[in-house]
Design a protein around this ligand. Structure first.
Ligand code: HEC
Length: 151
């Protein structure tokens, strides 16, 4: 029993020290609705439900975004996610970048997005077959199909 309490105190000590390690900031930049992506209602609903936490400036930060070690992963996902694709500043992207991102979105919903570590805690964000079809239809401008170049 003595050993248990010793290990417990060491663990708590380590976790306390973790809290002092600097990490990415946790902020939501100001929102300018005129710059937000414009898409049909059903597409927007899916983006907002499943993607906005990492791909917009309207992140709903969970409590564990303030607790190391979880906060390192959560904040990194949001910073990297916004860098890759930010629906809140979509209108600032060039036409070329929008096209490229739409292709990338088409591909991402097949497997990669939302990230699995996110789905584990946000089961609602999981995309149904129907959701994927809606997104892919939008991303391919109604064609429902996109030529994928293998890179
Ligand atoms: C938990 C956070 C998180 C969620 C939720 C999430 N993403 Fe991502 N997404 C990321 C991160 C982080 C990256 C950057 C990955 C990288 O660069 O390796 C990324 C990258 C992407 C990219 C690649 C952009 C590029 O540069 O080509 C696309 C497209 C994308 N996400 C689409 C989506 C879509 C669509 C959804 C919702 C269905 C979604 N993501 C949900 C975190 C997330």
């Amino acid at each position: 029993m003595k050993g248990f309490f010793l290990y417990l105190s060491i663990l708590i000590g380590i976790l306390a020290i973790f809290q002092l390690i600097p990490s990415y900031g946790k902020s939501n930049p100001p929102i300018d609705k005129t710059k937000e992506i414009k898409a049909p209602k059903e597409v927007m609903a899916i983006f907002k439900r499943s993607c906005y936490d990492c791909h917009s400036n309207e992140t709903k930060w969970p409590w564990y975004a303030d607790v190391a070690p979880m906060k390192w992963a959560v904040r990194r996902d949001v910073v990297e996610g916004r860098k890759a694709l930010n629906f809140s500043i979509w209108q600032d992207y060039s036409q070329q970048k929008k096209e490229k991102l739409k292709k990338s979105i088409y591909r991402s919903v097949i497997l990669a997005m939302p990230l699995s570590q996110y789905l584990w805690l946000h089961p609602n964000a999981k995309l149904s077959k129907e959701d994927k079809k809606i997104i892919q239809n939008w991303a391919s401008d109604g064609k429902g199909y996109i030529k994928m170049d293998i890179r």
